[in-house]
Design a protein around this ligand. Structure first.
Ligand code: EPZ
Length: 428
């Protein structure tokens, strides 16, 4: 198993370009199941979650090929197998994305029920309720969701849950509705930019989706969808992670291909801490060049994670790592996944002063963090630990970086290019 060994204390300097978004790419890849022709995707990041999705789609008869110029081509060549096996689903919860497309196109799907997850309970009741409202019959049998639908029919679907809407649930229902008979209205839809990216692909394929990016999405069903080419949006979480890394090391980093237009809450909170974000090139606000500079003194802030356009839960751990070094007490409240605090105990091992009560953590800033061996079994928590390691005094070993590799392409190499002292080592 690989680990990162980091010698902290180096200021990050230079340029880094943001990759295509994992969370946009995954449901878009699943949408290839809907098309009667090849879907060619540009800027798909090279990550283990993407490889897992490619493997799953392969089992479902969708040939996934990487072209010579680094693009991904997906084409259904066989529609017999409709089963997403537990072996794959347990490694990647986003496997649930195939449920809607399979049902819509093939009239049936068996998808292993996703189990527990390091970031807390993650039910899929809203996905199932939505698909049932479109006319699907879904049963749970031996840990498998067995879904059938002679035909899907447009309906009014409400996707609001206790913790807000659901991103992948919205993706599932919206994708399924493209081939349903009649009009589907999704109320309390997730407004995340990744949902908009998916809607853009579906519309290019011939679907009629309106309102993506707002809480009300209207989909007029069509007979069939065609294959198209699409460039996946840049990853706002990766961009935010490198912003926090620059700030935590008092660095000076320019972030290219930055989807700043989709990062208003992140920019607002970072500016509150005293980080400057200067637009070097804003001609395309979803692919801007942004220079990140940080003040020597970091101001404490209060932040609450929320569904988009609020501050993203996927940046909560990285922000916490940064705030451990602020001059005063910060408050972080997690409103999307209230148990997503695996990094708290690990950051404490590095000298951070953190006090958790339920979904809130008070971060009492310290003068310095001290390197230590740490580990977290969540992708973003691990990213927070890497950031802490970059800022800490002495060596930090972040164990089990396969969690990081699920969501950050070559993070070690990219940080090294910015001047960090970080090595990937094999641990026995
Ligand atoms: C997506 O997960 C992302 N994953 C997550 O990114 C991200 O943290 C999350 O959205 C929230 O932004 C992908 O896009 C692949 P949700 P998703 O359904 O769609 C509750 C990362 O680190 N809920 O929007 O599965 C749920 O428990 C990851 O890259 C229900 O109650 O998240 C949570 O509290 C991890 N019932 C809230 O809604 C449901 O049926 C939001 O979850 C579904 C969700």
């Amino acid at each position: 198993m690989d680990a990162f060994v980091i010698e902290g204390g180096r200021r990050l300097k230079g340029r880094v370009s943001v990759n295509g978004s994992k969370n946009a790419a995954l449901p878009i890849m699943a949408a290839a199941l809907l098309a009667d022709g090849p879907l060619t995707l540009h800027d798909v990041p090279d990550l283990s979650d993407i490889q897992n999705m490619a493997r799953l789609l392969g089992e479902l008869g969708c040939k996934v090929a990487f072209t010579d110029d680094g693009h991904m081509r997906l084409e259904v060549i066989d529609d017999l197998n409709c089963q997403a096996r537990y072996d794959i689903v347990r490694t990647m919860r986003a496997s649930i994305c195939v449920l809607g497309p399979l049902l819509a196109k093939r009239g049936k799907a068996t998808v292993s029920m996703p189990g527990g997850c390091a970031i807390g309970e993650r039910p899929i009741d809203l996905h199932l309720r939505g698909l049932r409202q479109l006319g699907a019959e879904i049963e749970l049998s031996g840990g498998e969701l067995v879904a059938t639908a002679r035909e899907l029919r447009g309906a009014k679907v409400f996707l609001g849950g206790t913790f807000g809407s659901t991103v992948l649930g919205t993706a599932n229902i919206m994708s399924a509705a493209t081939l349903a008979k009649g009009t589907t209205v999704i109320e309390s839809a997730a407004c995340e930019p990744e949902v908009v990216d998916l809607a853009n692909v579906l519309n290019a394929m011939g679907a009629h989706v309106r309102g993506a990016g707002t809480p009300r999405i209207v989909v007029e069903g069509v007979e069939k969808l065609r294959g198209v080419e699409h460039t996946v949006m840049p990853d706002r979480i990766e961009a935010g992670t490198y912003m926090c890394a620059a700030a935590a090391t008092n660095g000076d980093v320019t972030i290219d291909n930055c989807p700043l237009d989709a990062m208003a809450a992140v920019a607002d909170r970072l500016e509150g801490i005293g980080i400057s974000l200067d637009i070097v090139d804003g001609s395309d606000p979803m692919r801007a060049a942004v220079s990140v500079g940080s003040a020597r003194r970091l101001e404490p802030i209060a932040v609450t994670t929320q569904p988009y356009p609020g501050f993203p839960t996927d940046l909560q751990a990285q922000l916490m790592a940064l705030l451990t070094l602020a001059d005063g007490n910060s408050m972080i409240t997690e409103k999307v996944f209230p148990e997503r605090f695996l990094h708290v105990a690990e950051l404490s091992r590095m000298g951070a002063a953190l006090y958790r009560q339920g979904p809130t953590v008070m971060v009492s800033g310290v003068k310095k963090l001290i390197g230590a061996p740490v580990m977290a079994s969540d992708l973003r928590a691990s990213a927070g630990l890497v950031l802490a390691g970059l800022a800490a005094k002495g060596p930090t070993t972040v164990n089990r970086v396969y969690h990081l590799d699920r969501g950050y392409e070559k993070m070690d190499q990219r940080l090294r290019a910015l001047g960090a002292q970080i090595e990937r080592v094999k641990m026995t």
